[in-house]
Design a protein around this ligand. Sequence first.
Ligand code: AMP
Ligand code: MG
Length: 419
Amino acid sequence: MISVEQALAKILSYVDVLEEEQKPILDSIGQVLAEDIYSAIDIPPLDNSAMDGYAVRSEDTRGASRQSPRFLRVIDTVMAGSISKHSVGPGTAIRIMTGAPIPAGADSVVRFEDTDEAQRKGASDEIAVLCEVKAGLDIRRAGEDIARGSRVLRKGVVIRPSEVGVLASLGRSKVKVIRRPTVAILVTGGELVDINQPLPVGKIYDSNTYGVAALIQRYGGIPKILGVALDNEDSLVAKLHQGRDADMLVTTGGVSMGDYDVVKDVLAKEGEVVFWKVRMKPGRPLAFGRIKGVSKAGVARDIIHLGLPGNPVSVMITFEIFARPAILKMMGKKNLAKPTVEAVIEEPIKNKSGYCIFARAVVEKRDGQYFARLTGPQGSGILTSMTLANGLVVVPEDKLGVDKGDTVQVMMLDWTEER
Ligand code: AMP
Ligand code: MG
């Protein structure tokens, strides 16, 4: 049996970064930029005013003060988006709004607050300047944010709202990014019923399809739901074939001791099994391999297969640990690790298994320090424990447990601050 680290390294060694695609900027959030972005324009395009005020020649304000104002003749008003036809000569000023281009002849802007604008109640053909201004004051220079020809965004960054804003400021409506993976989900088990059906006695609703689809979406993939396969070869093969054009296949169930034979036989026929079983709890019977698939263009290729256990909690935890980094890698992301904090554990956890334990926990920050307590019973069928948890306490396989008060590593599912 291999360790969690070995299993993850093995899986990632089979994962390739996907191809590029062209996307409208607003649809590219969370994707990785696949081109360097250069600007064809200066931003701002022209010197413009940072304030509502008067464009002046700074030398005309020399010696001005509240006691000794300098009076200037107002020859025009210029709004953002228009250009004054006039130029500022000696003894004159142009009323100017924030963002409006600086008129010829002016070298600075006096804010309304430093004039008697407020007393004049509206447009006047004269203004009193109440302080001296230096040349360049309150002028935003052409190209001060982005100079024409410069590289604005680097290939490899993740698109966030700020990148979308910058792309829009350059006039870009589309951008080249790494495409999102399609991840097919196939759940197995004769006991499972889809949520849109009535629930017969003895059956349970299939929660894994939806839990996994939600995780796929959360981490940037596109879920492709294949539905429920029965625990027999024909049913499994038929469903598998419907997922052949996905980039990755996630199955749940059918990998534990008694069941595994069917899934294993099918996978061996349809591809190869790379490993089965990992030294972890929950999630030990995890299987990983490849199956024969086809690209959207119809070209034969292998797709990776993660055979997660059936228990809904094991599914979510093994997804976080193995499927999430695989999806992120396909999307071209570099930082694949889940954020981790150090926390003081508030109750002991025993570990006689020799496996790495992931215990569902509630992490809270008190007096600048993180504390973690367990969510309660840790059975892997208790899915509500995942709704209580915001982190997973990691007890390494070589540790016999942790005592109350020990410092532990907690893999954060969410941040406490967000709850
Ligand atoms: P298995 O690994 O197939 O033996 O499943 C382990 C446990 O998880 C059993 O109690 C199953 O009923 C349950 N289980 C398996 N698949 C699902 C599913 N898709 N939704 C909810 N529970 C499931
Ligand atoms: Mg089953």
